[in-house]
Design a protein around this ligand. Structure first.
Ligand code: NDP
Ligand code: MG
Length: 402
């Protein structure tokens, strides 16, 4: 029997965490859970700990006492306990399914310790790209993408040298507002944005998919992961999310990876690589007759300004992608709390970006500094927008009767 590999699941109570645990449930002969983390959902983590009995269960968003729990194992509480999960006895693979820049330090630590990192948390690559790649080199670990588009690209490249790659095309579903006219978008509510047509995901990435900020983050993720130049990464809209991405090689041949939209396939690929592990899938496989025709269309930048803003930030580099990520995280939270409208989300992010340049970043301290400054500036921009919306400038009538 193959020796079972130990997996630490960071963000076990989230959407990718749940998909990962579904995969692990089906492969007890190949993998065992060494650690589970949650930020604040102790009740859900307690359930999972009872089921998987890891070496440690970590709650990163609490300080002090743990509420009553049923699992009697080794609980760790506090902001740094994510590292305990990575370092738990027997952890060989770390699946990072944290949301936002909170995933950066765990990404760096996993790679420095030479683990296999199955990475869903794209924000760590966007904010710390060069540091992540040097941690990978120093630690001698492995970095396998979980994001479905990047998993597709990894599968298409299949170890071929970088100079053979001509162009990578990431696909995008277009989100719930693909066909909405621009003037209607101002009215889009969080409930509308949370109704994604093809993927069932956590709230932050679902909003990012509605604004297409997610696709900008993914373009940057592709530059970093595959060492590509900005002009080598493009995006097309593919509403049914069957083709997960395409890679064109210099001889003119183009490969694509296809499958019904379920994150369990890229998760299993990242856990099992280079082996393709046999799986009793929960989702049916691709069927060329039922799943066609495969349609593609151009992305509408007029209605989704965050896409271009994010790609430009990624292309220019330095502090800009960090500022884009931070401003976007703050703006998404404000939109979900009904503090700003859908189009104002882009407005406040872009107004923050204007106050940054491509100053180089070489340490985590500099990343946190740029992140903090961008968050404060975005909060100010949100206040200004709210003030304007509650006190709109008086309408001046040219006819003088009102
Ligand atoms: P969710 O919001 O569903 O889950 C996030 C997880 O991280 C939860 O376990 C949550 O704990 C924990 N968490 C939240 N905030 C913090 C924090 N500040 N510090 C530490 N842990 C925290 O997110 P998703 O699963 O949707 O996404 C996770 C990552 O994967 C994101 O980077 C996303 O972009 C990426 N991704 C997601 C896809 C998807 O299908 N969902 C597809 C491709 C990429 P708690 O439950 O206690 O709050
Ligand atoms: Mg994706």
């Amino acid at each position: 029997m193959t020796k079972r590999q130990g997996v630490a699941v960071l963000g076990a109570t989230g959407s990718i965490g749940a998909s990962t645990l579904n995969v692990l449930r089906r492969h007890p002969d190949r993998f065992r859970v060494t650690a589970l983390t949650a930020h604040s959902n102790v009740e859900a983590l307690d359930e999972l700990a009872l089921e998987f009995d890891p070496a440690v269960a970590c709650v990163t968003g609490l300080e002090g006492d743990l509420p009553d729990v049923r699992w009697e194992g080794d609980w760790r509480v506090g902001p740094d306990t994510g590292f305990d999960a990575i370092e738990a006895d027997g952890t060989q693979i770390v699946l990072n399914a944290l949301v936002g820049i909170a995933g950066l330090e765990p990404t760096l630590r996993s790679l420095e310790l030479g683990k296999r990192l199955a990475l869903a948390n794209k924000e760590s690559l966007v904010t710390g790209g060069s540091l992540v790649m040097s941690a990978l080199e120093r630690g001698g670990g492995e970095l396998l993408p979980v994001d479905s588009e990047h998993s597709a690209v990894h599968q298409c490249i299949a170890g071929r040298p970088r100079h053979e790659i001509a162009q990578v095309t990431l696909t995008a579903s277009g989100g719930p507002f693909r066909e909405w006219p621009r003037d209607r978008l101002a009215e889009a509510r969080p409930e509308d944005a949370l109704a994604h047509p093809t993927w069932d995901m956590g709230a932050k990435i679902t909003i990012d998919s509605a604004t297409l900020a997610n696709k900008a983050l993914e373009v940057i993720e592709a530059y970093v992961l595959f060492g590509l130049d900005p002009d080598q990464v493009g995006v097309v809209i593919h509403p049914t999310s069957i083709v997960h991405s395409l890679v064109e090689f210099r001889d003119g041949s183009c490969l694509a990876q296809l499958g019904r939209p379920t994150m369990e396939i890229p998760i299993l690929y990242a856990l099992g690589f280079p082996e393709r592990i046999g799986d009793q899938r929960t989702a049916p496989g691709f069927d060329a007759l039922r799943d066609g025709p495969l349609e593609f269309e151009a992305l509408r930048t007029d209605a989704f300004p965050l896409f271009e803003a994010g790609v430009e930030a990624g292309t220019r580099g330095g502090e800009l992608p960090i500022a884009f990520n931070a401003a976007n995280e703050v703006a998404v939270a404000a939109f979900l709390q009904h503090r700003i409208g859908f189009m104002e989300l882009a407005e406040v992010v872009i107004s923050t970006l204007r106050q940054f340049d491509a100053a180089p970043v070489g340490s985590t301290e500099q990343i946190w500094q740029a992140d903090g400054r961008a968050r404060a500036l975005t909060e100010q921009a949100i206040q200004a927008v709210r003030l304007r919306d509650t006190n709109p400038p008086a309408e001046i009538s040219i006819f003088g009767e009102n």
